[in-house]
Each structure stands twice: as structure tokens, then as C-alpha cells.
Design a protein around this ligand. Structure first.
Ligand code: HEC
Length: 223
């Protein structure tokens, strides 16, 4: 029984990977239909779609830069892809010495650090409004961006301008597979709950429902 749950926990980032294979989109962040001074008929017939270059929401500058967005998504997807083989190796070579939730945490952090060590101008991290690992705690900008993403609930990536760097946010939906560790506490298996309480006494990351905004993977790209 324990072994089964541990295996499930070890495989968590794989689920995470599987769940995040959303197609890359370079659609504009905001689109606005504007009308002309023409007659009503013409207004209705030829609505003009204008892409805004930048939108400020709660002091955060959302920008329309498909090249930056694409670069960020390449790194985010590369990061997701790099977790898989390493985790398979770790699962094979050490089935007993790693404690499940601890492994999730250590592995996720190690993978993040090693991915980031390969790059000089890009940093990848994960965050959530209700976070589990203190090391993934969002800053004020992350909070503001995630509140906007949560309201939109369209799970499209966004790019923001931070003066010396850009941030690309890839929003993550809570999939059914995530709920075993992030769902309603009454639905989380007792052994998993034990692990969460032991390793993350201040955990905030439960109570999610399927389809809800769960958090984001962020690529920070130096200008
Ligand atoms: C087997 C348990 C498990 C499953 C399943 C799981 N997670 Fe997590 N998740 C964790 C643990 C443990 C952490 C904290 C350690 C870390 O940094 O990865 C975490 C952290 C996160 C974080 C980083 C922010 C934070 O809370 O620290 C995000 C984002 C996240 N999970 C999203 C997801 C999504 C989306 C899914 C489903 C695709 C998912 N998780 C499935 C256990 C799980």
C-alpha cells in the first residue's frame, strides 16, 4: 500500500508533465474591437481588431511580444521535458531511501536549479497563489499577474515587462490528476495527507477543483 502511494508520489512530476502539454500560442494578450465613425451598418460589417501593444493592470505592464513569449515557452517546455528522464532514473535506482513527499520537493527543486544552471539569461520557476513549498512563494508581481490569470481562466500565456527583464507566465489548470495532492482535503488519500502535513506544515495548496487556475510556470528573461 505504502509502496503504491510512494510510487504515485514519485510520478507526480510526470503527471505534472503530462498535464502541461498545451499547445504553444502566440495570440495577443488583449484584443479590442473598435468602431469607426461610419454608419451602423458599416460598423457592424467591418469591425476592426486592434492589438494593444501594452496594458497596465494593477501596476503590472502586460505586453504583446510574441518573440519573447515564444522564447519563454521554449524554456518552460524544455524544463518540463527535462524532469521526465531524471525522475525515471531516480525511481529505478532508489525505490526505498527517498520519502515520497520529500522526494517531490527535492527533485522539483533540484531539477529547477540544474535547468537554470545551464542558462545565463533565463530563470525558470514555479509558483501559485496558494503555495505548498515556501521556496515557490510568489512575489507581489506574481500575485498580481496570477489574480489576472485566475480571473481570465483562459490559460493563455502572458508576457510582462519588468524593466530589466521580461517574465513569461504559463498558467496551469488543476487537472483531475493533480487533485490527489491538491484537491479537497477530504478527497486526498490519508497517507498522502500525512506526507503533506509532515513536510509542508504550512501548506496552502489544497482545495482545488478540476479546471481551476492552479498556478504558473514562469520564465524570467533578462533583456
Ligand atoms: C503526488 C502529489 C502531487 C501531485 C499529483 C501534484 N502535485 Fe503539485 N506539488 C506537490 C508537492 C509536494 C509540491 C511542493 C514541492 C515542489 O516544489 O514541487 C507541489 C508544488 C506544486 C507547484 C509549485 C507551487 C507550490 O505550491 O509550491 C505547482 C504550480 C503545482 N504543484 C502544480 C501541480 C499541478 C498543475 C498538478 C497536476 C498536473 C500537480 N501539481 C500535481 C505534489 C503534487
Amino acid at each position: 500500500m505504502n509502496k503504491k502511494i510512494y510510487t504515485a508520489l514519485l510520478l507526480a512530476p510526470l503527471l505534472f508533465t503530462a498535464c502541461n502539454k498545451q499547445p504553444v500560442t502566440t495570440e495577443a494578450l488583449t484584443q479590442e474591437v473598435v468602431t469607426t465613425n461610419a454608419t451602423t451598418e458599416i460598423k457592424e460589417a467591418i469591425p476592426q481588431v486592434v492589438k494593444k501593444m501594452a496594458t497596465e493592470i494593477n501596476g503590472v505592464r502586460f505586453i504583446d511580444k510574441p518573440i519573447v513569449e515564444e522564447e519563454g515557452l521554449v524554456h518552460i517546455d524544455g524544463f518540463i521535458g527535462s524532469i521526465k528522464p531524471t525522475l525515471e532514473d531516480a525511481t529505478k535506482s532508489d525505490k526505498t531511501h527517498m520519502t515520497a513527499m520529500g522526494v517531490c520537493s527535492t527533485m522539483a527543486m533540484e531539477m529547477t536549479n540544474s535547468y537554470n544552471a545551464q542558462l545565463s539569461n533565463v530563470k525558470i520557476r514555479r509558483t501559485a497563489l496558494k503555495y505548498r513549498n515556501e521556496k515557490n512563494k510568489p512575489d507581489a508581481t506574481d500575485i498580481s499577474v496570477m489574480q489576472t490569470l485566475k480571473e481570465r481562466a483562459d490559460f493563455k500565456p502572458v508576457v510582462i515587462d519588468m524593466n530589466d527583464h521580461y517574465r513569461v507566465y504559463k498558467p496551469l489548470p488543476a487537472k483531475i490528476d493533480c487533485l490527489v495532492c491538491h484537491g479537497d482535503v477530504s478527497q486526498i488519500p490519508p497517507k498522502v495527507m500525512e506526507g503533506i502535513k509532515r513536510d509542508y506544515p504550512k501548506d496552502l495548496a489544497t482545495g482545488y477543483s478540476q479546471g481551476e487556475f492552479k498556478g504558473a510556470i514562469i520564465a524570467e528573461i533578462l533583456k
